[in-house]
Write a protein that binds this ligand. Structure first.
Ligand SMILES: [Zn+2]
Length: 223
């Protein structure tokens, strides 16, 4: 078990299969949001601390912020919509951005996008339009990097459960992630990452309850 010089939050001190020395660890509060840089070779671990909590995830090439996570490129290059250990997340320009190096859940979503003012309005009425939502969360944390709301890409929805039927129907059902489940994402480039801890409690995507996420960054191992 690697040890760390940093003082980790109690819930993030004893984790299995850590890929290297931990340089940063934080508990993202329910409905919280954050942006940070992830260097090539570093691994980001996202922990579903309380179970059934979706992390809406985006990333940008730190050295070319116009290039960012792309669902269509990722799905086209894999030829499948189910992403798990060994799969890559690609950019618009088809560069590898991240590799999924460990995944205790195996059920994530790359189709459904994120909760946003428009969907809130359509689903729950105009008074709900600007209730906390992932799209505005991501725009808020990316603003210091010069990224506007209209430039926020569609999200990779970690732990979100969107089954696809044989006729193409999709649904949103409760995540299967349990407390302590996690995913590791190893950076293939220098990235700026943003995460919205999905605040949606009006539907089942988070089990109707917004809860915490654990975030850790591990240094790359010398090869
Ligand atoms: Zn959301």
């Amino acid at each position: 078990m690697p040890t760390s010089a940093i003082d980790r939050p109690a819930d993030l001190r004893h984790l299995p299969d850590e890929p290297g020395p931990c340089r940063w660890a934080e508990v993202l509060a329910p409905k919280g949001r954050v942006a940070f840089e992830l260097e090539q070779g570093e691994t980001l671990r996202i922990v579903d601390l309380d179970g059934q909590q979706v992390a809406d995830f985006i990333c940008f090439d730190k050295n070319n912020m116009a290039d960012k996570i792309s669902h269509s490129t990722t799905v086209m290059l894999k030829g499948n919509i189910n992403l798990t250990t060994g799969d890559y997340i690609y950019s618009v320009d088809a560069w590898r951005m991240l590799e999924i190096t460990r995944d205790t859940v195996g059920r994530h979503d790359i189709l459904a996008g994120s909760c946003c003012p428009g969907l809130n309005r359509m689903r729950y009425g105009s008074e709900a339009e600007h209730q906390p939502n992932c799209r505005e969360n991501l725009a808020a944390v990316m603003a210091p990097y010069g990224v506007k709301l209209t430039e926020i890409p569609y999200t990779f929805n970690i732990f979100m459960n969107v089954p696809v039927g044989p006729n193409g129907d999709i649904g949103v059902i409760a995540p299967i992630s349990k407390p302590g489940d996690s995913i590791d994402l190893k950076a293939e480039r220098d990235l700026v990452v943003a995460i919205s801890n999905c605040p949606q409690e009006r539907n089942v995507c988070n089990g109707f309850k917004a809860t915490r996420l654990g975030l850790l960054i591990y240094a790359g191992q010398p090869s």
